[in-house]
Design a binder for this molecule. Structure first.
Ligand SMILES: Nc1nc2c(ncn2[C@@H]2O[C@H](COP(=O)(O)OP(=O)(O)OP(=O)(O)O)[C@@H](O)[C@H]2O)c(=O)[nH]1
Ligand SMILES: [Zn+2]
Length: 215
């Protein structure tokens, strides 16, 4: 019990992540389209030629999809819990959650898989909601470390489990298609909280379950 308390106290002390999870757009769609048109001109194109005429509109719609995470608070996905399984206190793991994100440095795609586990106390959620939390944070401009930590903290804050583990394995297209051009490189990050951090057996059970090499 005292161990759990200290875990929660530490969590708020090192929680340097932005708390604003829902953002209302302050730029109009028309302005966003004009920005795309400017980029096309900058690249050397004629945005008025037939093939490009609808491109700014398409790009803005694609961006609305890729960055839809700003429109919702991922914590809301975890509000509905199942009473019937409230007594279940073994590890729950969802592995191989595919996601698409974009790096905040280059706005280039990050394509990867997240593995999420938690040890419930009295709150168990529908498993799809864990994947929705992953998407809610992935569909923003990200760095992988922040994405990993935000998912873990969200689950920890709302479900108050005995522990949470998040592992992400992802390819950064800013490294594969430009810059250093290293294909086949993936980045692995993890965030362990509570028992997943303090107790080696719990952590190892989680890592065995996700078996990322056996994928
Ligand atoms: N730690 C971390 N680094 C990232 C992530 N995504 C991109 N980066 C790195 O962020 C760094 C940005 O470095 P800069 O030197 O400012 O940018 P750059 O000149 O485009 O660098 P290069 O990619 O090396 O060409 C690069 O090393 C990227 O590989 C991420 O999720 N986590
Ligand atoms: Zn990048």
């Amino acid at each position: 019990m005292s161990q759990k308390k200290s875990h929660r106290a530490r969590k708020s002390a090192n929680n340097g992540l932005p708390e604003a999870h829902v953002q209302t757009p302050t730029v109009s769609e028309q302005d966003a389209r004009e920005a795309v048109e400017t980029l096309l001109r900058w690249a050397g194109e004629d945005p008025l030629r037939e093939g490009l005429r609808d491109t700014p509109k398409r790009v803005v719609h694609a961006y609305r999809d890729w960055f839809s995470g700003y429109l919702s608070d991922p914590a809301d996905y975890l509000r509905r819990t199942f009473e019937e399984v409230a007594g279940y206190d073994e590890m729950v793991v969802l592995r191989n959650i595919e996601f698409e994100s974009h790096c905040e440095h280059h706005m280039a795609p990050i394509i990867g898989r997240a593995h999420v586990g938690y040890l419930p106390t009295n709150k168990v959620v529908g498993i799809s909601k864990l994947a929705r939390v992953v998407d809610g944070y992935a569909r923003r401009f990200q760095v992988q470390e922040k994405l990993t930590a935000q998912i873990a903290r969200c689950i920890d804050d709302v479900l108050k489990p005995r522990g949470v583990g998040v592992v992400i394995d992802a390819i950064h297209q800013c490294m594969t298609t430009r810059g250093v051009h290293k294909r086949g490189v993936s980045m692995i990050t993890s965030k362990m909280l509570g028992d997943f951090r303090e107790d080696a057996r719990t952590r190892n059970e989680f890592l065995r379950f996700i078996d990322i090499n056996g994928g």
